[in-house]
Design a protein around this ligand. Sequence first.
Ligand SMILES: C[S@@+](CC[C@H](N)C(=O)[O-])C[C@H]1O[C@@H](n2cnc3c(N)ncnc32)[C@H](O)[C@@H]1O
Length: 200
Amino acid sequence: MGDHYFSASPSVASRPGTVRVHSGDVELSLTTDSGVFSHGRLDRGTKVLLDSVPMPAVRGPLLDLGCGYGPIALTIASRRRRLPVWAVDLNERALGLTRGNAEAAGLGNVTACHPDEVPADVTFAGIYSNPPIRSGKQALHAMMLAWLPRLAPGGRAFLVVSKNLGSDSLHRWLDGHGFPTTRLTSEKGYRVLEVAPRTN
Ligand SMILES: C[S@@+](CC[C@H](N)C(=O)[O-])C[C@H]1O[C@@H](n2cnc3c(N)ncnc32)[C@H](O)[C@@H]1O
């Protein structure tokens, strides 16, 4: 694993590459770089997520939690050009890539920023994420507890997790913490979990 999970400023030298993202009627050409998750390719889990998720039934801002170079943020921003899309990451190189990719694609509805920069009163109709499972359970659970309570009524979160990296244990944990969770898809070794707002 590279330092992209833990470092705000990757030390590895920049080595830009291009990735074509094609999902449904969205086609994007995105710049990636070393020191950022899935450099030079579209992650298979991300592809499973993009090909399976619906857009939310309610209207409101969308969030890509852990945006990397931006394949999820930019795809959902293309599907809903009038909605604000927040793309957050701790990795500054990732945020720079997402900003540049949004600009190149003419997607002015994307704001890429550090998680702390999202105003506290913003709630989300949809949260879309390939979460940083390898950061460990504690960090993952803290992230879930920070963002899932910000789902708007009727909103949904969609999380893609590899079966081998604990999708079923995350599913149980979410249910156990009051977030009703169902399995939307199971494909190519990945599960997409659909999470509803907390009931209690
Ligand atoms: C599995 S990668 C997914 C990247 C991108 N969405 C994709 O599909 O290619 C998870 C991302 O979460 C970021 N990350 C790690 N901890 C985070 C945190 N606490 N808040 C926001 N992002 C975080 C990592 O830097 C990494 O870019």
